[in-house]
Design a binder for this molecule. Structure first.
Ligand SMILES: [Zn+2]
Length: 59
């Protein structure tokens, strides 16, 4: 079945979402290197998650 695609304009969509990411994201300190990262994500600076190296990061 056909689905409506433009019932809400890009402008209206933008206005509705304009306040969605105003607050600071929650950050947790990495157990391995102490850097702040998003929770439940692999650490971007050392590649560790749950005390295990899951990403190879060249240093
Ligand atoms: Zn780390």
């Amino acid at each position: 079945m056909a689905v409506q695609q433009r019932r809400v304009t890009h402008s209206r969509k933008g206005m509705r979402r304009s306040h969605h990411h105003l607050e600071e994201p929650t950050l947790v300190a990495c157990k391995q290197c102490g850097k702040k990262n998003l929770p439940h994500r692999v650490c971007k600076s050392c590649g560790y998650y749950k005390n295990k190296s899951v990403l190879a990061i060249e240093s």
